[in-house]
Design a protein around this ligand. Sequence first.
Ligand SMILES: Nc1ncnc2c1ncn2[C@@H]1O[C@H](COP(=O)(O)OP(=O)(O)O)[C@@H](O)[C@H]1O
Ligand SMILES: [Mg+2]
Length: 511
Amino acid sequence: MALLEMQDISISFFGSYANEHVNLSVEAGEIHALLGENGAGKTTLMNILYGIYRAESGRIFWQGQEVDFRAPQEAIRAGIGMVHQHFSLVNAKTVLDNILLGDEQVPFFLPRKKLRARVLELSERYGLKVDPDALVGDLSIGEKQRVEILKALYRDIRLLILDEPTAVLTPGETEQLFQVLKALKERGFAVILITHRMSEIMNNTDRITVLRGGKCVGTLKTAETDAAALSALMVGRELEVPSNTAFCDDSKEMLSLDHVSVFRSGRKRATIDDVTLSVHAGEILGIAGVEGNGQKELAEAIVGIRRRRVRGSIRVEDQDLTGTSVCVRAERGMAYVPDDRQHDALVPGMDIGENLLLRQYNHVPFSSGRVFHKKAIRKNAQDAVDTYNIRTVGSLGIHSPVRMLSGGNQQKIVLAREITPGARFIVASQPTRGLDISASAFVHEKLLEQKRLGKGVLLISADLEEILALSDRIAVMYNGRIAGVLSRAEATVEKIGLLMGGMTGEKEAVA
Ligand SMILES: Nc1ncnc2c1ncn2[C@@H]1O[C@H](COP(=O)(O)OP(=O)(O)O)[C@@H](O)[C@H]1O
Ligand SMILES: [Mg+2]
């Protein structure tokens, strides 16, 4: 029998199945991918295994014995560890304290020296480098993840579950993570890996189980399949992956940033430090970089959300927009798809029609003076729902509150509202974050359509595959500066990765 057998697992929420008769079998010494679109039921299945949810039906066998974990502590004690999408570390404590926290085996009086030695030994053995005395709050995301893994390994597990672990890592950190997973596999551990990234699956896993709509649609050997077949299985149809092939018009500048810096109050150092960039007509300029290196501030300075403490000049086509308000910029053709759609782009409690009006409510035909024209608003909403194929909630239709929609459908509303015929320049920040491959493909197609229409697009993304597929040129941000600009032809994951990590490549003059 396999190390883990989950048989015929079902669970439902509010009457609809999240897992429906799912089977999963994992061997010792294998890296097993769990693949599926958003909402396919991957996290739910793992939460059932880990004792967070209880299945309504089905059986779980672990090391040949039937088990029924009622809490994560029970799963951990049996040898199953899980690193969630959102970490559960305590920032104010040290790495060592975090690792020991919640460990029932640790006696009240801690022989700290011994425990510390054991943590160091584990971190050495698996290449999980961390300083046990560092405060977790001071660590990078990649380091925090290593602490989570160490914490699991410290508890003598045999199976490690990782839920979308690479979504937040740099290419270098991702590479390191896979080295660690390989070391675990060689020592007979089993790993269940949830990821959307095909290249990671193809390069690192032994087998793949695909979920679609809560059902298991197959388990395949990695060596016997390919990315296209997996996508088709996951989505249920062939999916065309949009990519950028058209040329752009280098003679016309749509956006010009001239020595733009952004300062934070009370700080001397600039958050954005002297950025000079231009984006041409029909060009998608990708901004790659680990989040938090100034991308958000740059986007906000361009669209006008940040105006104070911004130096330098900002032009769209022949209009100088330096110092103007968000509204003025929007009227002159600036569109913005912000990274945090829940907070910055949508009002979750309002319905689809209302959210679509958020930026043009004071224009005819939606209102004249203080009167809103309900009919025009309804038609606008229905058009967007039809054109963008937005899935509304049952009979609520265009009156569905936006908070009830999936992430992909929420993002479609933002696109429908922002990408209007009048938009000349589009700033899209992490536009596919959290979206599955069909919704991502839709967003990509939309951005490419804007390119073909001769508009300019600034695509800010932490997802390198996305950047490489769509960009005509790629600028890498590090520490508030443009660390380098690469043409599509010369850009490789390695080159971008080095710049993202702060290694200085040859600095190019920015066109
Ligand atoms: N606690 C919960 N309450 C209600 N619905 C849930 C809950 N957890 C998961 N679901 C639903 O179950 C389905 C599967 O979700 P999930 O397992 O998170 O998918 P995945 O991890 O594959 O993206 C989704 O439709 C989700 O909305
Ligand atoms: Mg999930």
